[in-house]
Design a protein around this ligand. Structure first.
Ligand SMILES: Cc1cc2nc3c(=O)[nH]c(=O)nc-3n(C[C@H](O)[C@H](O)[C@H](O)COP(=O)(O)O)c2cc1C
Length: 315
């Protein structure tokens, strides 16, 4: 039996994003994809999501930017990236040879900046979609604000919808009063999918130094520690939107990915786990097909959302 694992985002758009399987890389944890081209067979992954890119280059937050925590990692990278100009010049020409669709993650300090990047991204044929990072907790200039307020999140989504023909994924922050409300607002404003979660705001104190451990002060928590929170939020959001939901947070094994799918996700992303084992993304994708074969599941449709309340397939 062959398994049907393909997923389409933006089915009604001029350039739908079709992935051979539902396993994507998470923004900021897989560079611009090209760094992994020699290490991994990227024709086996669903899609690559790039580091979030801003209009101008950003140096990022002061060191240290990363500290391990129980079952997780707290980071404050501060969106260091070379800026959209260099990304389009240096990376975009290599994306067509990667054999996986590339989704450009974009971030900004104002609606105008997001719009400018989206407009410039239209020039690059190799860009298969946009992921709108309105949820980074490390940018003091407003990144967290856009994503935590339904009205602001909808207004930025609407502004981008007006200028891009690419499938638009809006990445949600768990640091919002109601993530489901933000999800509904961005769907109404034209998002083709929502992805969740970005990191959860956290803080580690260096007791001997009597100050925050990270150079930035606070940071964002990722890794297995956040998985139950992320699965719960996917479960909440998948019930209130009709667009595909992309789930992430602490995925390291196929069983983790399956939790998100059974909570209602159409696709998943692998983030921090790839730092320890870069081939995690491929392992999760291949183990998913194996799991489906072993359990007599021919299509992801049979299990997507099966743990949601009222799901008919639930035993
Ligand atoms: C070092 C690091 C850098 C990140 N950079 C970004 C980024 O540029 N844009 C973004 O949307 N998310 C970024 N994230 C968040 C991840 O994409 C992901 O949402 C989060 O880490 C949860 O997934 P995980 O537990 O699988 O890592 C970053 C996370 C880490 C650990």
């Amino acid at each position: 039996m062959s398994q049907e694992t393909s997923v389409t985002i933006g089915a009604g758009t001029p350039r739908p994003l079709t992935m051979r399987n539902p396993v994507m890389s998470a923004a900021g944890t897989f560079g611009y994809g090209v760094e992994y081209a020699r290490l991994l067979d990227l024709s086996r992954v669903g899609a690559i999501v790039t580091k979030s890119t801003t209009v101008r280059p950003r140096a990022g937050a002061s060191m240290p930017r990363w500290v391990e925590t129980p079952s997780g990692v707290l980071n404050a990278i501060g969106l260091n990236n070379p800026g959209i100009g260099r990304v389009l010049r240096e990376y975009a020409p290599k994306w067509s040879s990667l054999r996986a669709p590339v989704v450009l993650s974009i971030a900004g300090e104002s609606v105008e900046e997001y719009v400018e990047i989206a407009q410039r991204a239209e020039e690059a044929e190799a860009i298969a979609g946009l992921e709108l990072n309105v949820s980074c907790p490390n940018v003091s200039e407003g990144g967290a604000l856009f994503g935590s307020d339904p009205v602001q999140a909808a207004s930025i989504t609407g502004a981008l919808r007006a200028v891009t023909s690419l499938p638009l994924i809006v990445k949600l922050t768990p640091n919002a009063a109601s993530v489901a409300e933000v999800a509904m607002a961005v769907e109404a404003a034209g998002a083709d999918a929502v992805s969740l979660v970005n990191t959860i705001a956290g803080l580690v104190i260096d007791v001997e130094g009597r100050r925050p451990f990270l150079g930035n002060g606070g940071g964002g928590l990722s890794g297995p520690a956040i998985r139950p929170v992320a699965v719960r939020l996917v479960w909440d959001v998948a019930r209130v939107v009709t667009v595909p939901v992309v789930g992430l947070g602490g995925i390291a094994r196929v069983e983790d990915a399956l939790q998100f799918i059974m909570a209602g996700a159409s696709a998943v992303q692998v983030g921090s786990a790839g730092f320890a084992k870069p081939d995690t993304i491929i392992r999760v994708a291949e183990d998913l097909a194996d799991w489906m074969a072993r359990h007599g599941v021919a299509s992801l449709d049979e299990i997507r959302g099966c743990a949601m309340p009222g799901c008919e397939g639930r035993e």
